[in-house]
Design a protein around this ligand. Structure first.
Ligand SMILES: C[S@@+](CC[C@H](N)C(=O)[O-])C[C@H]1O[C@@H](n2cnc3c(N)ncnc32)[C@H](O)[C@@H]1O
Length: 391
């Protein structure tokens, strides 16, 4: 089992009725990948030592000054062979993780599709609305986000496909975070609930919208926290949403999923008390972030809250080296929007969307790890950046 420090093993990953099964070889490959990621994470602090002892002094000798920003640190670090090897291995680990998942999902895709279809039959708790005319935004269409084959929207088979949802759910986040977000990868949702309860005691939303929900990992905690709330979740990917809906039904949660672009939804003005996203904005384009925050304001009720959970902007980084470390994904992990998004000033985005300065907030909030066996006793473990505003 994962312990409270988030040390994951493949057997401790949370399963549900839709989870792809692993045979012996698949489970061993995943165990290997978990250990490879853990090993690489443990190696990462060594980069600072290399930088302090070798790379920065070399830069100073050449330029008569220290590097000014993360770009200069990167240019200098790229010449270091230890960093080069680490980066190659880290990319390999990422590709390997999702390739393992793809192979396993591919082997059992018919079964998974059948299970998802079963969950749609009869009286369901929530709902699923797909839009056959939906246009995937250009900034999503042209890459496999963080090396995930098919990204979030590709249909591998003609009808009822759930493959990319299953691939994403197949241990991806769990392995990447070493189980730190809990068995069901729902730590961010729980962190939002905890944050809101502390910041706005007694506030209970009646309507919630989760943007870029993927398979709903972090949507379910909102329904759990506020059972009477009408909880909606949107994403651009049909296969992801089919999987999300079936997973939520299987786990007993009434969530209303629909295929929509968060930049321009079909919800009426003043619809929601809470519009929320977790780890979403950094995977959208620069202009999309502006559109999304503007759309959030339109669909929020007066007094409603917008909350986005991300990593802090680079302007909050302790040093150019710290920002360089956090920018690795932009250059190596098929996350092209990561860097530009973290260069943005969230307050300025919210002001442009029409929120009032005094109603905008940004701060760090505890990251929590739901603990197996006592999964709602939350364990503090690092911090998220929360950016929000009240309408
Ligand atoms: C990193 S994932 C979000 C993870 C998820 N919120 C969670 O906490 O597990 C980003 C998601 O945003 C979706 N997405 C990207 N652009 C979108 C858009 N314009 N509108 C709605 N969803 C979008 C992607 O399809 C993907 O599922």
């Amino acid at each position: 089992m994962a312990n409270s420090l988030g040390v994951a093993t493949w057997s401790s990953f949370g399963r549900h009725g839709l989870s792809p099964q692993t045979d012996h070889d698949e489970a061993s490959r995943m165990e290997f990948t978990i250990n490879l990621f853990r090993h690489l994470n443990w190696q990462q602090p060594a980069h600072k030592e290399i930088y302090d002892k070798k790379v920065e002094p070399g830069f100073k000798r050449e330029n008569k000054r220290a590097p000014k920003n993360r770009h200069e640190v990167r240019d200098a670090m790229l010449k270091d062979s230890t960093f080069q090897v680490w980066s190659h291995l880290r990319v390999y680990a990422q590709e390997n993780l999702f390739e393992n998942a793809r192979l396993s999902v591919d082997r059992q895709l018919d079964t998974l599709i059948g299970k998802a279809k079963e969950k749609k039959k009869g009286k369901t708790k929530g709902s699923l609305k797909l839009d056959p005319t939906f246009e995937v935004p250009r900034y999503q269409k042209h890459l496999d986000m963080h090396w995930m084959p098919g990204s979030y929207f590709t249909e591998f088979v003609e009808k009822d496909d759930v493959a990319v949802g299953a691939i994403y759910d197949f241990g991806g986040i769990y392995v990447l975070t070493n189980g730190m977000l809990g068995q069901y990868n729902d730590g961010a949702g729980h962190a939002v609930v905890r944050y809101l309860r502390e910041k706005f005691p007694g506030w209970t939303p009646k309507s919630v919208l989760d943007l870029g929900c993927t398979v709903g990992h972090n949507t379910l905690p909102f329904k759990r926290a506020w059972p009477k709330a009408d909880v909606h979740a949107i994403d651009i990917g049909a296969p992801t949403l089919r999987y999300a809906h079936a997973r939520a039904e299987d786990m007993g949660y009434a969530i209303h999923f629909s295929q929509q672009n968060a930049e321009a939804t079909n919800f009426k003005d003043n619809s929601f008390d809470l519009v929320v996203s977790t780890m979403f904005l950094h995977e959208t384009s620069h202009s999309a972030v502006y559109n999304i925050v503007k759309e959030n304001r339109r669909i929020l009720k007066p007094g409603g809250l917008m909350i986005h959970v991300e990593q802090p902007p680079f302007s909050w980084a302790q040093s150019p080296f710290d920002a360089f470390t956090r920018d690795w994904d932009t250059h190596n992990n098929q996350e092209p929007f990561w860097g530009r998004m973290h260069d943005m000033d969230p307050e300025q985005v919210a002001l442009k969307a029409g929120f009032k300065k005094q109603n905008i907030f940004q701060e760090m909030a505890p990251l929590v790890t739901p603990i197996p066996g006592d999964d709602y006793n939350l364990a503090p473990f690092g911090a998220w950046f929360v950016f929000g505003a009240r309408k």
